[in-house]
Design a protein around this ligand. Structure first.
Ligand code: HEC
Length: 209
């Protein structure tokens, strides 16, 4: 059998290289994430797609029953991070440009006690019900230089479908509170144990009470 010529092998390798290039969805603006933020011509953030398959890092809960019946966000706050950004954070301890975090709100099942809790087979407590809104944070140090490199977006506080695009929220609606209170780089890192494998980093974090 004839041996393949060097030319054939080179051609094959070039083809493979081109295919790999096409498959790589990383954009030059955000080389360290797989799925980066997309903005329309007016600068609105397009609703992130596929986020329920991202890394689910936690679900803080501030129910009505513990907030005088008037919690601003009585739902579970389900927080997802884009997987490549998550990997980058674990490896380097910093969120790369283009990081997206989604906080999808999920109501509790209707309560049977005054504090909104109910009893299920596992005990008395709060149990996830229907989804009810979506907030997104995006790291882009240039675009959001005025708010410590992160932009904040609300796609609606209601059941899906959410808005297809959202304008950056005013500072006092979102970024201001993250600037004042977040643990590390505008993120409430301390609530998400999945971000913990690099313990020495956390010495700089605000102690949790
Ligand atoms: C008064 C303070 C405050 C305001 C205002 C606020 N947040 Fe947050 N945000 C928090 C806290 C505290 C957490 C973590 C604990 C929780 O979810 O209860 C959080 C978590 C998040 C997370 C998950 C990642 C992280 O940083 O922990 C996103 C995304 C987020 N907020 C987006 C928004 C958006 C978008 C707005 C405006 C529509 C907003 N936030 C307004 C306090 C605030």
């Amino acid at each position: 059998m004839r041996q393949p010529s060097t030319l054939m092998i080179t051609g094959f390798c070039l083809l493979l290289g081109a295919a790999a290039g096409l498959a790589d969805s990383r954009s030059s603006a955000y080389p360290d994430v797989e799925v980066g933020p997309r903005f329309d011509a007016s600068g609105q953030l397009l609703l992130p797609q596929g986020y329920r398959r991202w890394v689910f890092i936690g679900a803080p809960l501030t129910p009505h029953g513990l907030n005088g019946g008037e919690a601003g966000f009585p739902e579970f706050h389900n927080v997802y991070v884009e997987p490549a950004a998550y990997d980058h954070y674990l490896e380097h301890g910093v969120w790369p440009e283009g990081t997206m975090m989604v906080k999808e709100l999920q109501l509790t099942q209707p309560g049977t006690f005054p504090d909104g809790s109910r009893i299920e087979a596992s005990g008395r407590g709060y149990f996830p019900g229907v989804t009810n809104g979506m907030d997104v944070s995006v790291k882009d140090s240039k675009r959001f230089a005025d708010t410590r490199g992160w932009g904040f977006f609300n796609f609606g506080h209601h059941a899906a479908p959410y808005a297809e695009a959202a304008a950056e929220a005013p500072v006092d609606a979102c970024a201001g509170c993250h600037m004042a209170s977040a643990h590390e780089d505008m993120v409430f890192t301390g609530f998400y144990s999945l971000l913990e494998p690099v313990p020495e980093r956390h010495s700089a974090m605000r102690p949790l009470r």
